[in-house]
Design a protein around this ligand. Structure first.
Ligand code: GRF
Length: 209
C-alpha cells in the first residue's frame, strides 16, 4: 500500500477526483492545507480522511513554513506527496526533501505559461489549444519532468473561465491516472523525462471538446 498526502489551498476538486477514484494500492493518508478555511478540508474530513492546516502567514520565512509543513507531512510517512491546487511557491529544501515523490498539476501545457493566470495568458497569446500538465516537482517553478498532459480546444468566444472549466474536466481524469501510474511503479525518471511503459495512459493527450 502506498501512502499519499495531498496538499490543497482551496476547493480541492482535484483532490476529490483522486479520492473518488479509489486507486488500487493507494491510501490517502492525509489532506493538508495552508489555509484552515480551504473548502476541500471539510470535504475530506467528512470522508474520514485525516486533515490538518498551518497558516503560512504565521511564519516569517518561506523556509520556516516549509519546514513546519514537512514535519506535518512526514508524520504520515508518505510514498507520494500530491500538490493539488496548493498555491505556494516551494523552497528548494522542500523540493529536494521529496525529490521523485512530489507531483503537481499545472493548468497549462508546460513549458508554456508557468506561473499564474495561465488561461488569460493563453487567450491573450491567441492559442488554439489549452490544457494541463502533471509533473514531478523540482526547485525550478513548474519545470519538472512531465508525467502526463491533457489538451482541450480554445473556441471562439471563450473566456478564461470557460477554458478553465474545460481544462478542469481533463485534470480530473488525468490526475488520478498519474497517481495510479506512480503507485503501480510505472513511472521512471530519466533525466528530465518520464518513461512510462504504459504509454497509452501516460501520453494521455486527448482532445476533449
Ligand atoms: C486547478 O486548476 C489546478 O490545475 C491549479 O489550481 C486549480 C485547483 O483547483 N493548480 P482545485 O482546488 O483542485 O479545485
Amino acid at each position: 500500500m502506498k501512502n499519499i498526502v495531498i496538499l490543497i489551498s482551496g476547493r480541492g476538486s482535484n483532490m476529490q477526483a483522486i479520492v473518488n477514484a479509489a486507486i488500487p494500492n493507494v491510501r490517502i493518508a492525509a489532506v493538508l492545507s495552508n489555509s484552515e478555511t480551504a473548502a476541500g478540508l471539510a470535504w475530506a474530513a467528512e470522508k474520514g480522511i485525516a486533515t490538518d492546516s498551518i497558516n503560512h502567514k504565521n511564519y516569517d520565512s518561506r523556509l520556516a513554513f516549509d519546514t513546519a509543513m514537512m514535519e506535518k507531512i512526514d508524520a504520515y510517512q508518505p510514498d507520494l506527496v500530491v500538490l493539488a491546487g496548493f498555491m505556494r511557491i516551494l523552497t528548494p529544501e522542500f523540493c529536494r526533501h521529496y525529490q521523485d515523490r512530489l507531483i503537481n498539476i499545472h493548468p497549462s501545457l508546460l513549458p508554456s505559461f508557468t506561473g499564474l493566470h495561465t488561461h488569460e495568458r493563453a487567450l491573450a497569446a491567441g492559442c488554439r489549444i489549452a490544457g494541463c500538465t502533471i509533473h514531478f516537482v523540482t526547485p525550478e517553478l513548474d519545470c519538472g519532468p512531465i508525467i502526463a498532459q491533457g489538451v482541450v480546444p480554445i473556441l471562439d468566444g471563450d473566456t478564461a473561465d470557460t477554458v478553465a472549466a474545460r481544462v478542469l474536466k481533463v485534470e480530473h481524469t488525468l490526475f488520478p491516472k498519474a497517481v495510479a501510474d506512480f503507485a503501480a511503479g510505472r513511472l521512471k525518471i530519466e533525466g528530465n523525462r518520464v518513461i512510462n511503459p504504459n504509454h497509452e495512459i501516460s501520453a494521455d493527450s486527448r482532445f476533449c471538446a
